[in-house]
Design a protein. Structure first.
Lengths: 266, 194
């Protein structure tokens, strides 16, 4: 749905087949955050592409990294594609957390890749991608995931990537094809989505949330001037997920933790 | 006279908590120090148990100054201080978790449960909230009532005995009602009550 009406896109036979394969059979990918897995009725269905929505500082990167690290500790290789934060800064910030294990990076169980470097090496325009550019980038992401036999993948952020795509159709196609390819490899994906604070929206471009299999919203509420972080599952295909809002804590000792949000008063 | 009050309080706490899972204690402000002393003496007498003391009424630093001797030996008492960071004055102490502000009720609940979750073995667990009424200085009545309901429900599920203090002069009717409803036993402190 867009401002000037409703547009219908027909699926290609290939897209339809990939989607059908993805939806059949729901193995679960645990996030490693106990209360979040409970809210997800076990975890994220394997192969789902989940939009992790939040404004600046809401915890998207930390949660996504904790998801990857927990998977790595269970033997599931992961890749973190960063666009928004330089590699050295990202790893330096993550070292403050007890859950972060440098050995997992050294052993290749968690791979952190700067997408801007890939973009450079492909000779892509840093500002706007053509259809061919987007296709080339998609192929590289799929190849990396395939070669490393990745089971968990993060793109931080999909907003920054979509900024470079020139039309809504390109955005839709890119996310759909990426999600479908990764799903067929049994890879569960988190795409972080940057939104302005205190606005009820799930993405900058209004497309991503319709393609994604899941949406998890990180927000905050003001309580007498203090900010209480929150997390809510808006959508998750394949599981009977909780719809309640939780308070979220981020600490160096325990990483992300959830607890029921008190609802009364202010 | 003061010793008699403290001894009497200690005995009443001991008999109440031994039969009731959750005890509410309503006291006048000028008996607060006596009650705290009685509580710490009782805690000191049960070194095999694990205690979590949540302080909202006074900073952890001042409790240590006053009762430091009793706290040093056994190490079975962990503190959660909800006021010092808001005051901007605290020193890092391995025995105390400093919650950023008394408004962060969910964080308080989380820290309480995390301490008990980390315990090994079959240990008797006790929680002290000092005090419910102090929370009202920082939070709406309905929020405090909801917090206390959550807390006591979780405590019952996790087999934690709770002692919740409430200072008469700070109390509001709604929270009073919740204290009565959620506690298995209510003790009302008067200087002459023993």
């Amino acid at each position: 749905m867009v401002e000037d009406g409703v547009y219908a896109y027909s699926k290609t036979h290939e897209e339809g087949k990939m989607e059908e394969e993805h939806m059949m059979g729901h193995e679960i990918c645990k996030t490693g955050i106990d209360e979040l897995d409970r809210k997800l009725d076990g975890g994220i269905p394997v192969g789902n592409a989940v939009l992790m929505v939040g404004s600046s500082g809401s915890g998207k990167t930390t949660l996504s990294m904790q998801f990857l690290v927990d998977g790595a500790k269970q033997g599931e290789r992961g890749v973190f594609f960063t666009i928004t934060e330089p590699l050295f800064k990202l790893t330096k910030n993550m070292e403050n957390f007890d859950f972060y294990d440098k050995k997992l990076i050294e052993s290749g169980m968690v791979n952190i890749i700067d997408l801007r470097i890939i973009s450079d090496r492909l000779g892509l325009d840093t500002e706007k991608y053509t259809v061919e550019d987007a296709s080339a980038l998609l192929d590289v992401l799929k190849d990396i995931a395939d070669e490393l036999n990745v089971k968990r993948l993060v793109i931080d952020s999909i907003t920054a990537l979509c900024y470079r795509l020139q039309s809504n159709e390109m955005i839709r196609n890119f996310i759909f094809k990426l999600g479908a390819s990764l799903a067929s490899m049994g890879c569960t994906t988190i795409l972080t989505s940057e939104v302005p604070p205190n606005e009820i929206k799930y993405s900058q471009y209004g497309i991503e949330e319709f393609i994604a299999d899941g949406i998890i919203c990180l927000g905050d509420i003001d309580r007498r001037g203090d900010i209480v972080r929150t997390l809510q599952i808006i959508k998750m295909r394949g599981v009977a997920h909780s719809r309640t809002k939780s308070a979220m804590s981020i600490s160096s000792k325990n990483g992300i933790e959830l607890i029921p949000l008190l609802k009364s008063g202010g | 006279m003061a010793t008699a009050i403290i001894d009497g309080l200690r005995e009443r706490i001991s008999s109440a908590i031994s039969v009731s899972q959750s005890v509410g204690i309503i006291l006048p402000g000028n008996n607060h120090s006596d009650l705290i002393q009685a509580l710490f003496e009782y805690m000191y007498s049960k070194p095999e148990a694990a205690w979590v003391y949540v302080t909202i009424a006074k900073p952890y630093g001042s409790i240590v100054k006053q009762f430091g001797d009793m706290l040093a030996d056994e190490g079975n008492i962990r503190f959660i201080d909800c006021v010092s960071r808001a005051l901007g004055r605290y020193e890092i102490d391995s025995n105390c978790i400093f919650v950023e502000s008394p408004v962060q009720l969910e964080k308080m609940l989380l820290e309480i449960m995390n301490i008990f979750k980390d315990l090994k073995g079959d240990v008797q667990k006790y929680l002290v909230i000092d005090s419910l009424s102090s929370l009202l200085l920082y939070n709406d009545v309905s929020l405090v009532a909801e917090f206390f309901t959550h807390l006591t429900n979780r405590a019952k599920l996790e087999d934690i005995h709770s002692i919740s203090l409430s200072i008469e002069e700070e109390m509001e009717d709604n929270v009073n009602k919740i204290l009565y409803l959620r506690s298995d036993k209510i003790l009302k402190v008067r200087e002459s009550f023993i």
